[in-house]
Design a protein around this ligand. Sequence first.
Ligand SMILES: [Ca+2]
Ligand SMILES: [Ca+2]
Length: 183
Amino acid sequence: MVSDFRKKKLLHVFTSFFDRNGSGSIDKKDFELAVDNISKLRGWSAGDAKYKEIQSSLMKIWDTLQGRADADKDGEISVDEWIAMWEEFAKNPSAPLEWQSLYCKFIFNLEDASGDGAIDGEEFSSVYASFGLNKDDALAAFRKMSKGKANVSWAEFQDLWKEYFTTEDVNAAGNYIFGKSSF
Ligand SMILES: [Ca+2]
Ligand SMILES: [Ca+2]
């Protein structure tokens, strides 16, 4: 069984980042909306090379996510399917699914707008604000996640990401990696 605390974290990611149209499940349309959202944030138009790159990355993530999580094969990931998949992950976090690794890298690269291999609070919070989160709350989340440091490296990010999906410790730094400063 997934604890209420971990369920809250899983639902935050589900509603804020995946179910973009608020339909109550995740499907391909949500990913198309995410492509539009990110392109708007970065100022890319539909024909741009960067737009196509983001689109192809996100569609690959959708395909591999659906292949693993859509247990009843109805073309959508329900909340129950979402939680069941993360429960499997928590049993052996050192062996993530392909889409989970792709998504982790995708979010890091998206946030690392300057491309220097680390993310700062401004990069972190502006991406999450574009997904509809409160920017000040996201900045507070970054300070907790980084333990007051100015930057978080890719190596640190991967550990924090894993921690988000697995830890029951309400004080763990990884709880803040998706821009929410309290649960
Ligand atoms: Ca949806
Ligand atoms: Ca399904």
